[in-house]
Ligand binder design. Structure first.
Ligand SMILES: Cc1cc2nc3c(=O)[nH]c(=O)nc-3n(C[C@H](O)[C@H](O)[C@H](O)COP(=O)(O)OP(=O)(O)OC[C@H]3O[C@@H](n4cnc5c(N)ncnc54)[C@H](O)[C@@H]3O)c2cc1C
Length: 452
């Protein structure tokens, strides 16, 4: 009998551990182009205490632990490169508290985005969170662990900027809390205590996020999305600047794609508006369409495609999956907004060279402080040559994003290496020391963010 397996059974119960090959297969890959690697065990804990016991066991036995939320980050970030324990966190799914007045929700890490949306709609309809365009099973913990962004990114920034407090199981098993929750029972702010920001953006390599307090925002009653289009990509940064100046939109996305052919070469804007009354909506539309975009229409530089009201949430994810075989992966980079034209031109060139219909998209973060620019490459999962082509295109795009002065968001191993090669050596050395201090046995998601 495998002693690690038996110890895991003792911690979480037989039905929540597996070492069966057919089940481990499911945990060996994600939906992107990363080569699969099988874990030795898959474990689904239900409590923080069970997670503590699992990491203590892993430390004793020197077994890797790979946290897994929805497994939807696409870049291989939760693929167990060195085997070990796939720590499936989906059973950590309690919504513990919603504080309406202080506008936050305290949740366990495995609460899914879809669960959060439906819970708020049902019990707190005046509140909303910044929902990523990811499929519904993506988790709150996984999203903040990679600095995700959602449909309120334009006014409020990254989802990880919306964290009011964290509970973490350290790689050595201790539980730590950060924010007001570390000194009282309130989970309303992460500041102004000394900054120990060691867990957001680390892709589970410094600890396991078990609880998150997430900021909530007013949920307006009416939503709508306006579509505007320009031919000249050089105009995009200026249009975004003007749109953000109005402070009227909730989400601003500029995109261009090869499919359908009639729209290829055009730059589209999706401008999401929300209001509590028709009067408020009309006012916002007037400021945006007439006062802000009107000049482009009058000059013949742009056109208004229409406004659809009553949409539930903006949908950005359906544009990705063009090829037979259903695969896609994207490079997401955090770019200065004024690089949009180059991102578009050079990204399109990479796609066309690899014979993949191009899809590029820039989502505004903050008041145009940055954009998340994504270059998506579709591939056929059943065709190794098509996967190879997409992988090459992704690597070239990682190089491009850095050459254009951006930083990579949730990079896979290739991108992480590029980032660390370019990083200031003192910063890199500090990263190494932090990892060694927190994770002396190197058990946490090994392969990722490994400073040599
Ligand atoms: C179609 C599509 C559209 C998308 N659109 C968006 C978008 O608009 N915005 C966006 O932000 N993302 C988007 N994504 C990317 C991704 O799906 C999301 O960011 C998602 O929220 C990641 O959460 P997850 O639970 O799937 O994380 P996982 O993939 O399970 O994990 C991500 C990383 O975090 C680690 N991790 C997971 N849980 C924890 C934890 N509790 N503690 C510590 N580490 C942990 C994992 O080891 C891994 O390294 C999209 C993906 C797809 C497929």
């Amino acid at each position: 009998m495998d002693s690690v397996y038996q110890a895991l059974v003792d911690i979480v119960g037989q039905e929540h551990v597996s070492n069966r090959q057919e089940e481990l297969f499911i945990y060996s890959f994600d939906l992107g182009t990363t080569e699969p690697h099988r874990p030795d065990y898959a474990v689904a804990p239900r409590t923080t205490e069970e997670i503590q016991e699992i990491v203590r066991l892993a430390n004793r036995e020197k077994v890797p632990v790979v946290p897994l939320g929805g497994g939807l980050s696409l870049a291989g970030l939760a693929v167990p490169f060195k085997g070990g324990i796939a720590l499936d966190l989906k059973r950590m799914d309690s919504i513990i508290e919603v504080n309406e007045k202080a506008r936050y929700a305290l949740v366990e890490c495995g609460v899914s985005q879809a669960q959060m949306v439906s819970y708020l709609e049902r019990y707190h309809p005046t509140l909303t969170h910044s929902e990523p365009g990811a499929p519904g099973p993506a988790t709150i913990g996984g999203n903040v662990a990679i600095h995700g962004q959602g449909d309120l990114a334009q006014p409020y920034g990254f989802n990880s900027d919306m964290v009011n407090g964290l509970e973490i199981v350290l790689p050595t098993g201790e539980v730590c809390r950060f924010g007001s929750c570390s000194i009282s029972s309130g989970w309303f702010t992460l500041h102004p205590l000394p900054d120990l920001g060691l867990f957001l953006g680390w892709s589970g390599t410094t600890g396991i996020i078990t609880k998150v307090s997430l900021r909530l925002f007013p949920c307006k009653r009416i939503r709508g999305v306006g579509q505007f289009v320009v031919e000249n990509e050089e105009l995009v940064p200026e249009v975004i600047h003007k749109l953000t100046h109005t402070q009227m939109a909730e989400d601003i996305i500029a995109y261009s794609q090869a499919v359908p052919p009639f729209s290829s070469g055009l730059q589209h804007f999706l401008i999401n508006l929300a209001a509590d009354s028709e009067k408020e909506l009309e006012f916002k539309q007037e400021i945006i369409w007439d006062d802000t975009l009107g000049e482009y229409i009058r000059r013949g530089d742009g056109g208004f495609l229409g406004f659809r009201q009553g949409l539930e949430r903006p949908v950005v994810s359906k544009t990705s999956d063009w090829r037979k075989g259903g695969g896609f992966e994207y490079v997401g980079a955090i770019m200065p907004v004024d690089t949009y034209p180059e991102c578009y031109r050079q990204g399109r060139e990479i796609s066309e060279r690899h014979d993949i219909p191009y899809t590029v998209l820039g989502r505004c973060i903050g008041m145009a402080h940055a954009m998340m620019f994504s270059w998506t490459y579709a591939f056929n999962r059943a065709d190794p040559e098509s996967i190879k082509q997409a992988r090459e295109a992704l690597h070239e795009t990682d190089d491009l994003a850095l050459e254009l002065g951006g930083t990579l968001w949730k990079p896979g191993l290739y991108g992480q290496k590029l980032v660390m090669e370019r990083m200031d050596p003192h910063t890199l050395e500090l990263m190494k020391k932090v990892k060694q201090l927190l994770d002396p046995n190197g058990i946490m998601n090994p392969g990722n963010w490994e400073v040599s």
